[in-house]
Design a protein around this ligand. Structure first.
Ligand SMILES: C[S@@+](CC[C@H](N)C(=O)[O-])C[C@H]1O[C@@H](n2cnc3c(N)ncnc32)[C@H](O)[C@@H]1O
Length: 392
């Protein structure tokens, strides 16, 4: 089956079609994988449902346009516990944005014929692209209904060779390994040991990776260099829904509501706009590399903007901080608990600023698995031997 040339042509026009992938994008029709009911992003929010079975402004024509466009399309909300036409609370599956799909497939460095494990089958579209590129594909989806539908989509589109496994992708699928490539299409905070253990030396793992400090991800393209070790650079910023077990949770604050009254106080020497604001804010990513186990929350009030920082209990007890910035008064930071979270964030910013604000693609990640299966994630700057002094 041949796809309408919308996606392939768009990717070629914006120079986002990786070498060798033209035929696959031309040959796989996203319409064969998108369900009848989808929700598209309009630039600021998800729209009401677009339904292929209906006519009118959110019917068939809009569906065709959305499916052949460069949009992320939400295909499931709230792990399937959602009804109705309006968006749910949390998107839990999607057909990813084609330009993000293409960018990650480019990083995967496929030449054809590789044995590939995909984590996060979703609609099956990416698995079909990999199959069309000549790869042997095993793809794992946690959600039973989505896995079943993807199996049907792939078979109907002529890709019955793709093996869809219903299960937890963080465990990999050793039966079909070792893999030449592991392609992860859900956001990762803690790299599972299985992906490294099930990839042959020289193989590549591509995943959207990030820290607790950000809801965004950066593609990490890691090469397995030795058994139990994978390392490589961050390439492209993107946003993926996270692996189900790795979604952000605000650590519960055990501090009394009046904790600020007795908090340590300091005056920030940076502005809130230095570290927040942009889409895929690089400062946010770099701060995250330096400040592990810390979840921020930015609250815009009528008179001030407050950056709250919640530090997980990593053995020494939890920590909390808030830095307040407003017109007409000096900014103030308050901290409690064993960690000085605001001071950590500020120091990370200064370190990055002093280095000339290097772009995020000059950082990278090494992941090691020890004999007991314990994983350590070590971010680095420029080269793997220049590790940042922080573990994730
Ligand atoms: C962004 S979607 C994947 C898009 C997909 N590759 C496509 O082409 O349509 C992320 C998927 O990851 C799945 N997922 C989340 N956690 C998972 C896990 N632990 N194991 C396997 N799949 C998981 C979600 O259910 C969701 O379908």
């Amino acid at each position: 089956m041949t796809a309408p040339d919308g996606i392939a042509r768009f990717l070629a026009d914006v120079d986002a079609l990786p070498d060798g992938w033209k035929g696959a994008f031309e040959g796989v029709d996203r319409a064969d994988f998108a369900p009848d009911r989808i929700w598209a992003w309009d630039g600021s929010q998800y729209t009401t449902v677009i339904d292929r079975t209906q006519t009118g402004s959110h019917g068939r024509d809009t569906w065709d346009e959305a499916v052949q466009g460069n949009n992320a399309l939400v295909t499931q909300w709230d792990d399937g516990n959602h009804t109705g036409d309006e968006p749910g609370n949390n998107p839990s599956s999607s057909a990813s944005m084609p330009s993000a799909v293409a960018s990650m497939l480019g990083d995967l460095d496929i030449t054809g014929g590789e044995n590939v494990l995909e984590v996060g089958t979703g609609t099956g579209y990416t698995a079909a692209l990999l199959a069309a590129r000549g790869c042997r594909v095993t793809t794992i989806e946690l959600d039973t209904d989505l896995a079943e539908q993807a199996r049907k989509n792939l078979a109907q589109a002529g890709h019955q060779d793709v093996i869809v496994v219903t299960g937890d992708g963080t465990l990999g699928h050793s039966e079909h390994g070792p893999y030449d490539r592991v392609h992860v299409t859900a956001g990762v905070r803690h790299t599972p040991a299985a992906w490294i253990e099930q990839t042959r030396p020289g193989g590549v793992i591509v995943m959207p990776w990030g820290t607790d400090y950000s809801t965004y991800d950066w593609t990490a393209a890691l090469t397995v260099t030795d058994p139990g070790r994978a390392s490589g650079p961050f390439t492209t910023p993107l946003a993926f829904m996270k692996l189900r077990s790795q979604r952000a949770r605000y650590p519960k604050s055990p501090f009394p509501s009046d904790w600020t009254a007795t908090a340590r106080m300091s005056e920030p020497d940076i502005d809130i706009t230095d570290i927040t604001g942009a889409l895929y804010e690089p400062a946010e990513f770099v701060i995250g590399l330096h400040v592990p186990h810390c979840v921020p929350r930015l609250v815009h009030g009528a008179e001030s903007t407050n950056l709250w920082l919640y530090g997980a209990d990593t053995g020494r007890g939890p920590s909390i901080a808030v830095a307040a910035f407003g017109d007409g008064y000096d900014p103030q930071a308050r901290e409690a608990g064993p960690r000085h979270l605001w001071a950590e964030v500020q120091a990370a910013y200064h370190r990055w600023d002093d280095a000339g604000k290097p772009n995020t693609d000059r950082f990278g990640l090494t992941v090691t698995v020890d004999e007991d299966g314990r994983v350590e994630q070590r971010p680095w700057y420029e080269t793997p031997d220049r590790e940042l002094p922080f573990r994730h």
